[in-house]
Design a protein around this ligand. Structure first.
Ligand code: BG6
Length: 302
């Protein structure tokens, strides 16, 4: 559907409009009294979010982010689904699944009673997606943009057999400097430490950063808070339907290799705190059933 047709069917005067990017991809722009956000229809990829109360965006987008058909965008909130990380058996299948690089279609939009703006997209099933995931299902993502950002990802099993998924809302959060933040909420949790092998460890106190960090915390649905001493704010990440939290920063060497993190040190201004179901927490969705992962982000200055 063209941006013009989307504006006619789903646009909301003064709140929601659609435009075509130079790359040809369609982007939804949400702008209301409480905040603003943009979302690329490819991948249902939320690219930015800034509540009106904050001078600096809360969701980070790399200054070197590239928009191209079939490619993931660096930053924002990539949708990882129906597996997280590498595919269990097929090394040629894309890391973090295909949902973030395929077309999605808009199925609904509206205004919430509190003035926030709602937009729902559904992944478009194709021969390409079926070749990697043969199950009958719907994957919907609803974003509600206001003073908080709420994301709801629902997997519906429309087939006759149960299936298992891994998933994440892989959010990149904007921070002042990686050396000046800590993440609380995961004290005492077990995590798989993916740096230097894969070892199960237990978190002692708040998480601080002094090098590459790539961890999957398991068996916890706790709210996480990013305490940012430089921007003087806290980012709250509250969730349901998610028992894993991925905490990731690439640090210098890996960021340099990635090439789209915003050279030379854009990576220092982001940290990923991802609400997931991964490793020990994969989800079985029974035939005819639904599973929903919900995350709500908020920012408070101090
Ligand atoms: C994190 C993973 O979720 O995503 C990391 O834990 C990975 O291992 C990172 O490097 C970025 O992945 P990608 O595929 O977007 O470059």
């Amino acid at each position: 559907m063209s941006a013009a047709a989307l504006n006619t069917q789903f646009g909301i005067e003064g709140q929601l409009s659609f435009r075509e990017d130079a790359s040809g991809l369609v982007v939804a722009e949400i702008n209301n009294a409480q905040g603003r956000a943009s979302l690329c229809l490819q991948g249902a990829h939320l690219m930015s979010w800034q509540p009106a109360s904050q001078a600096v965006p809360v969701v980070w987008l790399s200054r070197d982010a590239k928009m191209a058909a079939g490619k993931s965008i660096r930053g924002g909130a990539p949708v990882c689904w129906p597996w997280f990380g590498a595919h269990a058996t097929e090394s040629s299948f894309p890391g973090h699944g295909y949902a973030r690089t395929v077309p999605w279609q808009v199925i609904e939009s509206g205004s919430e009673p509190n003035g926030a703006t709602r937009l729902t997209l559904r992944l478009v099933v194709s021969d390409k997606t079926r070749a990697q995931w043969p199950h009958d299902c719907n994957l919907d993502l609803t974003v509600i943009v206001g003073e908080t950002l709420r994301m709801e990802m629902t997997t519906e099993n429309t087939g006759a057999n149960d299936f298992v998924i891994g998933e994440a809302l892989h959010t990149y959060l904007q921070i002042g400097d990686i050396g000046a933040v800590r993440v609380t909420g995961l004290e005492g949790c077990e995590y798989w430490d993916k740096v230097g092998g894969s070892n199960l460890r237990r978190q002692d106190g708040a998480i601080g950063f002094a090098g590459e960090t790539d961890r999957v915390y398991i068996n916890s649905g706790a709210e996480c808070v990013i305490e940012d001493d430089k921007l003087k704010r806290r980012i709250h990440i509250a969730k349901s339907g998610s028992l894993s939290t991925v905490v990731w920063t690439p640090w210098t060497e890996k960021a340099n290799k990635m090439g789209d993190m915003g050279q030379p040190d854009g990576w220092r201004e982001m940290v990923c705190v991802e609400s997931a179901n991964a490793l020990d927490n994969l989800v079985t969705v029974a035939a005819g059933a639904r599973h929903t992962l919900i995350v709500e982000y908020g920012a408070v200055s101090f």
